[in-house]
Design a protein around this ligand. Structure first.
Ligand code: TXA
Ligand code: MG
Length: 318
């Protein structure tokens, strides 16, 4: 794998976007901020560049990638958009909602983006600099989270460097991400909606906007092969629903459980999502034998937080 002197450039710096576009056009990978987590971007039409994403992350080749578009217009060139999906795009784009839709036969995307499926995941990120970059490139970017496969997702440029420094050409630094966890993923098939991954856009908000039920992924034929049991793993093992910690554990609190670090002292779920991966990194860096985490309520955004925590605590794949 090529060794790079990874450049870090502020999203506000003059020429940042145009040099990133040049690198992408030449088949390189560039990490970009979004409102959720940092993404590892390749031009979605370039097969070699997309293959590099899998190589650099150590990602299983059967785990498809999300195509990030600059607007709904761009998405129309790649996927079939039924009226119910149209409604969701109108309400939530740009923003942290990914839609899995039938890929158009005419769609110009590199085959490894879909990893053998007939669908394509599309998302229009809220982060303006990244939409600008996509518009300037003129193609969608394929971008998974910019972390080694299975590890904590990055919410700052420094997190990206810690995991992928030396392996990618450039990181665009846009500070800490606002949402803190990955987008909600909704699969749309035969006019029905299925929750494939919970996020900060909640099922209730989606059901409200669509005027339809959102079904569980288990009831769907849509496969999301990348949703492995163990994911988002810090170095230390994670113990859930803890109200106190053993001597050699560090306690991550929420609400009434103060802990050594807290996700949100006031019990605010949006704040807890924003701080989740940052806090797990900090707890890991404290060098504890294990990370104990306080209970987080299973409602609203808490469903997404618990999904990430459950995977962080699951037995490791390797
Ligand atoms: O917020 C996000 O979505 C971030 C930022 C960078 O945009 N991206 C992200 O990508 O979380 P990644 O690759 O870490 O997670 C994408 C998930 C994977 O679980 C993958 O299996 C699923 O989306 N996925 C992608 N394409 C799919 C498809 N066609 N059908 C079903 N699942 C799909
Ligand atoms: Mg990921």
């Amino acid at each position: 794998m090529a060794i790079f002197d990874t450049q870090v450039v502020s999203e506000h710096e003059d020429g940042a976007i145009s040099s990133a576009v040049e690198l992408l056009r030449a088949g390189n990978l560039v990490a970009v901020p979004t409102e959720t987590v940092y993404g590892l971007a390749a031009d979605a039409t370039e097969t070699c560049a997309v293959q590099q994403i899998y190589a650099v992350k150590g990602r299983p080749s059967n785990n498809p990638l999300i195509c990030h578009v600059s607007d709904a217009e761009m998405a129309r060139g790649y996927v079939e958009i039924p009226p119910i999906a149209e409604k969701l795009m109108e309400r939530f784009w740009p923003g942290p909602l990914t839609l899995v839709l039938p890929r158009l036969e005419t769609a110009n995307v590199a085959a490894p983006v879909s990893a053998g499926l007939s669908t394509l995941a599309v998302r229009c990120p809220a982060r303006q600099s990244t939409r600008q970059l996509i518009r300037a490139l003129g193609h969608p970017i394929a971008a998974p989270s910019a972390n080694p496969s299975g590890r904590l997702s990055p919410t700052s440029a420094a997190d990206v460097l810690a995991g992928l420094g030396g392996k990618i050409a450039m990181v665009i630094d846009g500070g800490e991400t606002e949402e803190g966890i990955e987008s909600t993923i909704i699969g749309v098939t035969a006019g029905k909606l299925y929750l494939l991954r919970p996020g900060t856009v909640t099922v209730d908000e989606i059901a409200d906007a669509a005027g339809e039920t959102v079904y569980d992924r288990d009831e769907s034929e849509i496969t999301a092969p990348g949703q492995l049991a163990s994911h988002y793993a810090p170095n230390a093992p994670v113990r859930l629903n803890a109200t106190d910690a053993a001597d050699d554990e560090v306690l991550v609190g929420f609400g009434d459980v103060a802990g050594d670090f807290t996700l949100s002292l006031s019990g605010d779920l949006r704040e807890a999502a924003r701080k989740l991966f940052r806090t797990l990194r900090t707890a890991d860096a404290a060098g504890a034998r294990a990370i104990a985490v306080a209970p987080v309520p299973m409602s609203g955004i808490g469903i997404a937080i618990n999904d990430r925590l459950k995977r962080a605590a699951a037995p490791r794949n390797s």
